[in-house]
Design a protein around this ligand. Sequence first.
Ligand SMILES: C[S@@+](CC[C@H](N)C(=O)[O-])C[C@H]1O[C@@H](n2cnc3c(N)ncnc32)[C@H](O)[C@@H]1O
Length: 317
Amino acid sequence: MTAEPEVDPVIVAYYNEGRERGRLAAGPSQLERLRTQALLSRFLPAPPARVLDVGGAAGVYAAWLAGRGYQVHLVDPVPLHVEQAREAAAGSFTAALGDARELAEADASHDAVLLLGPLYHLLERADRVRALAQARRVARPGGVVVAAAISRYASFMDGFYREFVDRPGFAAGMADTMRTGRHLNPRREQYMFTTAYFHDRDGLAAEVTDAGLSLEAIMPVEGPLAWAPGLEGRLAEPAQRQLILDSLAAIEHDPAITGASSHLLAIARASPLARGLALDGQGQEVGHGEQPEGVALQRPDAAAGLIVVDARTAGPE
Ligand SMILES: C[S@@+](CC[C@H](N)C(=O)[O-])C[C@H]1O[C@@H](n2cnc3c(N)ncnc32)[C@H](O)[C@@H]1O
């Protein structure tokens, strides 16, 4: 893609501060990285599978995957991220400008597609479903799609664990986010995240299935431990780190734990039977080259087996 993707300048300005390169390497965010890596290790096909890392930022996961023998291509709409990713890659993976809503990659060209961040920044449901449908399109039939979401309750947890609620305006914004999912930072406060959408579990499940993907699970990333006292020290100590990862794995199937996690990971598959369908929230077909534009398609009936839905997680928004 040559033209720069259209992303809200407020979001681009936030990322132009260069936070992403080091974010997952220090502090409590290390748990986000370690748990995401543990889940990816479990759900990705074996190397040398082809992985598309959409919204891969400075290439933290792409570099890790390339080091494990995967063939990785990263796309991100922020030029600084693509530049930093290419530096991190040093030839071990490729990176280019791209937008999750309109991927340049060919149909069925990847064994796995990661969306570890783009859904955060798509405030319209139709855009999020479009991004998921694009991931499905570029995944091979049966390929894995892993999509991250920030929890609807992340501001609530940050607000009290990190005492942000005492800062001017935070409590009102937190209440709005819990009601609408929209997280805004109009004063561009340095301690806060930028413009984003925060998902609840059922809403994420419904978006995944509406994109024509077959949902396998919605997993908690950090569970309730993101702000556990002494977390950083424990993660630095191998036995303690393993205890944390094993404990989270032991309780990850409980939806209550997912609800109390700052990040959620949807694990889905591009079902061969679902190919050719990409639906937005209104049931309109979106973004698939094989379908005529503007044609409304019937949503496949899960009961008829066209899309295999995990009955524990899927539901209307
Ligand atoms: C919080 S960062 C996460 C980066 C990395 N994947 C990770 O998990 O640490 C969110 C990423 O999504 C990217 N992003 C924002 N809007 C996007 C879009 N429309 N398409 C693809 N990526 C997007 C941002 O540039 C940023 O790199």
